[in-house]
Design a protein around this ligand. Structure first.
Ligand SMILES: [Zn+2]
Length: 99
């Protein structure tokens, strides 16, 4: 799964109105799985996401892809209908804040 290339400029606010997350990729080597390195747009805070065919390790937490989906998709306002993924409207953001 590819994350689109981004400029990774520091404190780049033009797209989202807040500093854009900087994303770097490392290929796997030997026993080391490939990873994405996510860096905060405004400071040096970072998060590593290692991925294999059936799992993800995010910030040192290991889980099956399906497990992560259950946790992350609602946060990203993505719903599911059977096997299909459906993007929810951003008006759902307001609703999320009250839950
Ligand atoms: Zn920051």
């Amino acid at each position: 799964m590819k994350i689109p290339k981004r400029s990774n400029r520091f404190y780049d606010t033009w797209r989202f109105g807040q500093p854009q997350i900087r994303v770097y990729h490392r290929r796997g080597k030997g026993k080391k799985s490939p990873r994405h390195l996510l860096k905060c747009g405004c400071c040096e805070q970072k998060l590593e996401i290692h991925y294999t065919e059936d799992g993800l390790e995010i910030g040192g937490v290991n889980g099956a892809i399906e497990d992560w989906r259950e946790i992350l998709l609602p946060l990203l306002l993505i719903g599911r209908k059977g096997k299909r993924f459906i993007s929810k409207k951003s008006s759902m953001l307001a609703q999320r804040m009250t839950e």
